[in-house]
Design a protein around this ligand. Structure first.
Ligand code: ZN
Length: 434
């Protein structure tokens, strides 16, 4: 199994940590000198960046949030003079103000190298034909393009909406690797089924999918339909784009490019560090970024750091696949929880369908919750009132054990609740006036 930069990716952990500390100090000096946001934030807290002499000291530093980035739009977070910026990527602000991220030439060089590492981890080399099918202007397009060229593979830019055109290019150019989002890969796979092109006419061997959380079920489906081995990779525009981490051929977690990024996993509610193996919010500190360095950036993505060494020989830490976002956090009175916990209880509960709607209400100064669920039609109608009471009680108790608060359970008519096609089986309605 090839490794693109063995001297880095197989670095002994002690040396890696030494390198990380040096790069962290450089980064902290850079942001303190050049970014008013950080200078002010450190000064307010009495933090002297020269005191940061080990990775553990990172925890004294404040977090950076997406809100901070929005507030600094367009240039306030840039850490070099604008004449040194050679690329600006703007994220479309679907939920608010946009975020603008700047890259120096060194940043772009590093980006290409890190993508070359990720591609090599999936077995791609200079003999491959890499079809890159992200939507126009997605940062992934630019990162993968440069990284595949760095590897001397043949790049086929394919940011085109037409699925049949996508398949035709794939067949004619004998594409061996497909790079896109998992959702788009599924659309390509479904189009293949309706097309006159047979999967056997294609030379596809590998798929690199990222940009959104996806499941092992979808992985199995894509592998079967497209006759490929499918790999996960992770990144986000604020940090760099793709190339932050990627699966190796072992596919037991994504190796984080730790010589360029420091990773932490925190409890999104208490912000305390999570133990290895336990999922929490991913937090990254950039170690080499010049244009747009970030300190302890809260990504909102949920994943765990995996303990132990990987069979591939890389020494870089591995993260689990991203399982979701922590934007969904619900705060009800003193209790904070993720709807996913309620979903788990509904899945295990007897007598009810595995989806529900949760209403959070406020009366006076007290918050309460009401959970609407549908009865499983198979529930025996014998001794109905007693049975229903028992189901209600068990469900409320199960939820209280899981999240610390007991909702009022209401049965609604079968077929009336929202059945989301996506990942959410419990829809939350916040009825409180703020
Ligand atoms: Zn590995």
């Amino acid at each position: 199994m090839a490794i693109y930069e063995p001297a880095k990716e197989q670095m002994p952990r002690e040396l890696l940590e030494q390198l990380q500390v040096e790069r962290l100090q450089t980064t902290l000096n850079r942001v303190y000198r050049n970014v008013a946001f950080y200078r002010q934030s450190f000064d307010e807290r009495g933090i002297d960046v020269r005191d940061v002499k080990e990775i553990a000291s990172l925890r004294q530093l404040p977090f950076t949030t997406k809100e901070d980035l929005r507030a600094s739009y367009p240039y306030d977070m840039f850490a070099v003079p604008l004449r040194d910026i050679v690329r600006i990527h703007s994220t479309s602000g679907t939920t608010g103000k946009p975020i603008g991220v700047g890259y120096t030439q060194n940043d772009l060089d590093h980006w290409a190298t890190l993508i070359a590492r990720v591609l090599t981890g999936c077995g791609i080399d200079e003999r491959d034909f890499v079809q890159i099918a992200f939507h126009n202007l997605a940062t992934g397009t630019f990162g993968f393009h440069a990284g595949a060229e760095r590897l001397k593979a043949s790049v086929i830019p394919a940011s085109i909406p037409d699925l049949h055109e996508q398949l035709r290019m794939m067949r004619d150019y004998r594409t061996t690797a497909l790079v896109c989002t998992p959702t788009y890969a599924l659309r390509i796979a479904l189009a293949l089924e309706d097309s006159e092109i047979s999967p056997h006419e294609l030379n596809l061997a590998v798929g690199l999918f990222g940009g959104e959380p996806w499941s092992d079920d979808l992985r199995a489906e894509l592998e079967e339909r497209l006759h490929i081995k499918a790999y996960d990779n992770f990144g986000l525009s604020e940090i760099m784009g793709p190339g932050v981490s990627g699966e190796c051929e072992v596919r037991e977690g994504l190796h984080i490019n730790e010589d360029h990024f420091l990773v932490e996993v925190i409890d999104p509610i208490t912000t305390e560090p999570m133990p290895p193996g336990k999922a929490g919010e991913l937090v990254f500190t950039t170690l080499t970024k010049e244009g747009f360095p970030l300190i302890r950036y809260r990504t909102g993505d949920l994943a765990a750091l995996l303990p132990g060494a990987c069979a591939c020989g890389r020494t870089f830490a591995r993260m689990s696949r991203v399982s979701g976002r922590c934007d969904d956090l619900v705060i009800c009175g003193e209790t904070k929880f993720f709807p996913a916990r309620v979903e788990e209880i509904l899945l295990q509960a007897e007598g009810v369908e595995p989806h529900g709607e949760l209403y959070v209400q406020r009366e006076g100064a007290t918050d309460s919750m009401e959970l609407h669920v549908e009865l499983d039609p198979a529930v025996p109608r014998l001794d109905e009132i007693k049975t229903l009471e028992r189901i209600k009680r068990q469900l409320a108790e199960g939820i209280e054990r899981a999240i610390g608060i007991s909702p009022r359970v209401v049965f609604v008519e079968h077929g009336t609740l929202v059945r989301s096609a996506g990942k959410r089986n419990v829809v939350v309605h916040d009825k409180r006036t703020r």
